[in-house]
Design a protein around this ligand. Structure first.
Ligand SMILES: Nc1ncnc2c1ncn2[C@@H]1O[C@H](COP(=O)(O)OP(=O)(O)O)[C@@H](O)[C@H]1O
Ligand SMILES: [Mg+2]
Length: 239
């Protein structure tokens, strides 16, 4: 009797059902993963604003007060005036640090003007602080959603920071193009390179996971003495 043996057609149906469940789970996993990143970005945006409007405003006020006091010093108080000038300079540096920290947490330019201006700002900013020559090339892009813009900005930020911190490079190329149904972001440096299998750190791993949640992939080519090439590919459908 063949009654208890499932037929091939039944097995196929069961297999299809399992596959559908697996795909549904994968979609759910990605949705949750992206939600976690979204919460983190919202929190960063809030912190960035608080730093800028709270601490930043207070430092500005403090600087003005000190300048006022310095202005009221009479002749013969040169030593005190010099110390006040030092304090004012310290305020200025702290204010600039606070503003830069706020911008790096969540650059307003990304929300206000979009990805390309934000990438150009990032390149300038990393270039100025590290001495790296950063070249930016951006092709014609279709309109991108906020999440895709944030994803690509964060990848560029991590890769440029790595180039500045680890590569001892002279120059870096940051390139973003839309090709067929994909967005491609490349970061290429001419530095010392490294052995990817031996790299320890959360930056690259986090980047890879975050891209995967958007259905994309990260390609990394590096070897000691050969420079480093990173390519992130994100499907435009997801973007
Ligand atoms: N562009 C690069 N050039 C040379 N070495 C790099 C580069 N990017 C990453 N590395 C190496 O890979 C390691 C892991 O990088 P990452 O995951 O970003 O972690 P982190 O930057 O926090 O160390 C770095 O510590 C460094 O040794
Ligand atoms: Mg890093």
């Amino acid at each position: 009797m063949s009654g208890s043996e499932p037929s091939i057609a039944e097995l196929q149906a069961e297999y299809r059902q399992l596959l559908q469940r697996l795909e549904a789970n994968e979609r759910e996993f990605r949705r949750l993963g992206r939600a976690v990143w979204r919460v983190q970005e919202d929190e960063r945006r809030r912190l960035a604003r608080e730093l800028h409007d709270g601490l930043g405003q207070n430092l500005t006020a403090l600087k003005h007060r000190l300048a006022q006091v310095a202005g009221e010093l009479g002749p013969g108080q040169e030593a005190l005036r010099a110390r006040m000038e030092t304090a004012i300079a310290l305020c200025s540096t702290s204010l600039e640090d606070t503003r830069q920290m706020s911008r790096l947490l969540r650059p307003p330019i990304l929300d206000d003007l979009g990805l390309e201006p934000a990438l150009r700002w990032l390149a300038r900013s990393v270039g100025e602080s590290s001495g790296l020559a950063v070249v930016v090339e951006v092709g014609d892009l279709p309109p991108l959603g906020g999440e895709a813009q944030t994803l690509l900005f964060r990848i560029a930020q991590e890769a440029l920071n790595n180039a500045a911190r680890h590569a001892r490079a002279q120059s870096v190329l940051l390139r973003l193009v839309a090709q067929k149904a994909e967005l491609q972001l490349q970061v290429i440096d001419d530095g010392i390179g490294f052995e990817p299998a031996q790299a320890r750190g959360g930056g690259l791993g986090g980047m890879r996971e975050r891209i995967r949640l958007h259905g994309g992939r990260l390609e990394l080519r590096s070897a000691p003495g050969q420079g480093t090439r990173i390519r992130a590919v994100v499907p435009l459908g997801e973007a």
